[in-house]
Design a protein around this ligand. Structure first.
Ligand SMILES: [Zn+2]
Length: 396
């Protein structure tokens, strides 16, 4: 089966080698895919469509890669609307709120957790998101963390799900007095059993309620030992050293970075560790925003994500992250769009399969309602997805 997407006013390849500017834009562009893979992109006047190709007329609109959300906490039960309302009355965000979700998630059946996750993936897809990273972290016992990892791996949806083990999310209340035995469990029981099931091992490194640098180092070294890529929740509530650790260990990404310094930025840039920024979480908790300009200017590759989770950022709208990136982090439209496409794909180890419209990559395509990708930020807060293709199939 082959597909021809034609009449793209702007084919935004997100690959500068294929078109104009940092987003590699081809005006009056077209795209051909055979089976599930893109085989050709270029000017429409040069296209040679395979006979019998299914034709999709973009009507002069902007056509982008399917979006990639590279940092979500997808699988959980329960909501924290009451905690949100309390924060809106002026109370501080506390990591202890995560235990509310942990208690509800531990009680939920496998079927209920999968049903809720599938509903959320439907919403992601309707917004043009075709790949989502999903972290465990609401189980916080070996058995519950491995259950959440198994359920994450079992999700059968048009949206590709990249599973990340975040057994070291926060210190479980049972170990509040001494987290070390829990770190032992994570390193000795959970991580070895996650080999081949999780793509990444993540840890929240923070002096306030999460894990110290030395505890995080043990978790990440065990993750590397089990063949997992590494991610770190770093410099969110305080500058705790997570970004330097991520760089030292060659992590794929350091996420949050609200409190990151120039020294952190230089280390991340040297190591080639991506910075994943989550402006929605800052907006909804009243916390400082990540210093995106400083990070970019010092050479860090920056991705943007929803941080979808029930405590601090309960939204599947990755298009809104583009708007927040421009409006609040002072990123350019080009930087913000790369942040939810090519750079986000790199942050989940999928740079060679998604995040660009380029020959050899999956035919994951987002046709916008509008003629310009700038509308993702400019016309903010509305869903601009007109059509979505996943592996060559029209799914929205
Ligand atoms: Zn997170």
């Amino acid at each position: 089966m082959s597909i021809l997407v034609r009449n793209a006013g702007r084919l935004v390849t997100c690959d500068p080698a294929l078109g104009e500017g940092p987003l590699g834009v081809i005006e009056e562009g077209a795209l051909v895919a055979v089976d599930t893979v893109i085989t050709w992109v270029g000017r429409e006047r040069d296209v040679a469509a395979p006979p019998g190709a299914i034709e999709i007329d973009a009507g002069g609109r902007a056509v982008l890669p399917g979006l990639v959300d590279c940092h979500t906490h997808l699988v959980f039960d329960g909501d924290r609307a009451a905690e949100f309302a309390a924060r809106a009355r002026g109370e501080d965000y506390r990591t202890g709120g995560i235990m509310t979700t942990v208690r509800a998630t531990r009680k939920a059946s496998d079927g209920e957790l999968c049903r809720l996750a599938a509903e959320r993936l439907d919403r992601f897809l309707s917004l043009g998101v075709t790949t989502v990273e999903a972290k465990t972290g609401y189980g916080l016992t070996p058995a519950e963390e491995l259950r959440l990892l198994r359920l994450t791996g079992s999700l059968d949806h048009f949206v590709d799900v990249v599973p990340t083990l975040l057994a070291a999310h926060v210190v479980p209340e049972e170990f509040a007095a001494d987290p070390e035995p829990y770190v032992d469990q994570v390193c000795e029981e959970v991580i070895p059993a996650a080999r081949g099931k999780a793509r990444f091992c993540d840890v929240w490194c923070d002096d306030r309620g999460a894990f110290s640098v030395e505890q995080a180092r043990r978790v990440l070294e065990a993750g590397a030992q089990a063949g997992l890529g590494l991610k770190v929740h770093a410099e969110q509530l305080s500058r705790s050293g997570g970004a330097m650790l991520a760089a030292e260990l060659g992590a794929t990404s350091a996420d949050h970075l609200e409190q990151a310094t120039e020294e952190d930025a230089d280390a991340l840039a040297r190591a080639g560790t991506m910075g994943v920024l989550l402006p929605g979480a800052s907006m909804m908790t009243g916390a400082p925003f990540a210093p995106a300009r400083m990070l970019i200017e010092r050479g860090v590759r920056v991705a943007l994500s929803t941080d979808f989770n029930p405590g601090t950022s309960y939204s599947e709208n990755l298009q809104l992250a583009v708007a927040l990136g421009c409006g609040l982090l002072r990123m350019t439209v080009e930087e913000a769009v790369l942040g939810v496409t090519r750079h986000a794909a790199a942050a989940v180890g999928r740079e060679d399969t998604c995040g660009r419209l380029a020959p050899g990559l999956a035919c994951d395509v987002l046709v916008l309602e509008s003629r310009s990708e700038a509308d993702l930020a400019y016309h903010y807060g509305v869903n601009l997805a007109r059509a979505v293709l996943k592996k060559g199939e029209v799914v929205v």
